[in-house]
Design a protein. Structure first.
Length: 473
């Protein structure tokens, strides 16, 4: 017999009451988010102490939810300008509740019927919207890092058993590409960083020479990985030129479009990913530029069946040996049990249609332009480079500052802003120089929010500079 405790944990009446209260709380939160600081800052130790105490108190779920909200950075706050995680469309988050409760798993069709069918529909629809090749296919997986690794496993599989394999990638690519190379056991020489131009785009004209050197050193080049875009600066590698080189040398072209592949939907910026349909594989995070909760990634293959080459394994308890059909996704994905990721996208498509995604990517790209203009107009600040999309890097400058002190000062500015919490920006180091970095992920950020942040950075920089001259450096 189930115990009383088990009965309570599964009680539909309690679920109904808690669920209604939670949705009310979250809707109030969304309505009133601007009355909070964007980033209620706390140190790791303070947070740990707080949640240890909360566990000890044994509060009701209502209080736990309230505390979690209060102690979170607020992505729906229009002054949130931090890392590349999107404030999810509420309907997508709601879909997660249903998916979590049903919890059907997605390894095989028998277990995840609705999710599997929706996944195929969503992948097909996005392959069309992104104007990929008519032969394209793919699946959803948990994160850009895993999608990039999976794509590279496919690249390797296509090459049979390559001797001392290696790949070429932008020196500023996301670290997960290097991690994938290490996981595959290719060693330090398995990743060749291609030098970049002043905008940090891969210099495609040097690739022939790099490939010749690699071959002369006994390596087998397997793939070129293009970034669309890079994480730190939002720079797009030239995909058509990369596709030309890859074709000429018989290499797999993978595009890490985790952040910016979705820009294909923006008519004004589509040119940034010209040639995307020629990539052998493409990773695209819906949780970065397509409005779903983390983590939801599409992995697309130019020739859909390539995905079946990756993991050729027997698992008699799960996968029927004779069945090579599309519907048992575990054949292709690294994951066995997987969340019903597709519902997050499916509901947005059925309710709002694809125009929602077009509106979103266009809006955040425009915000990138707006921020770049405001930075240019400020005599205290300088842009790293004109942004391609919604990632903008800039820094405080002053004639009296050398590189080291400018880096130190910009680090202090960012720390001060983080502690103040009214806005949330991050930082990155490019070739030894520290830049403040913003990702415009919130479609409701306005020019006023951006101006307030720019002014705060300038004011803080000037105050610190004044303090520095008072105390004599
Ligand atoms: C270009 C790029 N690739 C891959 C990743 C990793 O994606 P995920 O965090 O979904 O694993 C990121 C994350 O920032 C990214 O910007």
């Amino acid at each position: 017999m189930p115990t009383d405790l088990l009965r309570r944990a599964y009680d539909p009446a309690e679920f109904r009451q808690l669920g209604h209260a939670l949705i009310d709380r979250l809707a109030d939160y969304l309505e009133g988010v601007e009355s909070r600081p964007a980033n209620p800052y706390a140190t790791p130790d303070k947070s740990l102490e707080h949640f240890r105490q909360l566990l000890a108190d044994g509060p009701a779920p209502e209080r736990v939810f309230a505390e979690v909200i209060d102690h979170s950075v607020h992505l729906h706050h229009p002054a949130y300008l931090g890392h590349q995680v999107v404030p999810p469309a509420p309907l997508s988050a709601l879909s997660d509740v249903a998916a979590s409760l049903l919890n059907t798993g997605m390894a095989i069709f028998e277990m995840g019927r609705a999710g599997t069918a929706m996944e195929r529909v969503v992948v097909e629809r996005f392959a069309e919207l992104l104007e990929l090749a008519p032969t394209a296919g793919g699946f959803l997986t948990s994160g850009g890092s895993l999608a990039n690794l999976t794509a590279l496993l496919a690249a390797r599989a296509v090459h049979g058993e390559p001797v001392r394999p290696c790949l070429l990638v932008n020196e500023h690519a996301h670290y997960c590409v290097e991690r994938a190379v290490r996981i595959m056991g290719w060693g330090d020489a398995g990743i060749i960083h291609v030098p970049t131009d002043a905008h940090l785009r891969m210099r495609t004209e040097v690739i022939d020479g790099i490939l010749a050197d690699a071959r002369a050193a006994g390596r087998t080049p397997v793939a070129i990985v293009g970034s669309a875009c890079t994480t730190a600066t939002g720079t797009y590698d030239p995909i058509s030129a990369l596709a030309d080189v890859a074709e000429r040398h018989g290499l797999w072209l993978h595009i890490d479009g985790a952040h910016g592949g979705a820009i294909r939907l923006d008519p004004g910026r589509r040119h940034l990913v010209d040639g995307l349909e020629r990539a052998d594989s493409l990773a695209l995070d819906f949780h970065k530029m397509l409005m779903t909760p983390a983590i939801t990634t599409g992995l697309f293959f130019r020739r859909g069946p390539d995905a079946y080459r990756i993991f050729r394994q027997r698992a008699d308890y799960l996968l029927a040996a004779a069945d090579d059909g599309w519907s048992d996704i575990a054949r292709r994905s690294f994951e066995c049990t997987k969340r019903m990721l597709s519902l997050r996208i499916f509901t947005l498509l059925t309710t709002y249609g694809p125009q929602l995604f077009v509106d979103y990517v266009t809006r955040v790209g425009d915000l990138g332009e707006t921020l770049a203009r405001l930075v240019r107009q400020s005599p205290d600040l300088e842009l790293f480079t004109h942004p391609d999309v919604n990632i903008v890097c800039f820094r405080f400058r002053h004639a009296s500052l050398d590189e080291e002190s400018r880096n130190g000062l910009n680090g202090l500015i960012r720390a001060r802003l983080t502690e103040a919490g009214q806005t949330y920006i991050v930082q990155t180091t490019i070739d030894g120089s520290l830049y403040l970095r913003c990702t415009l992920t919130n479609a409701f950020t306005t020019e006023d929010h951006l101006r307030a942040m720019v002014e705060e950075v300038s004011r803080t920089g000037r105050e610190m500079l004044a303090l520095r001259s008072t105390i004599g450096h």
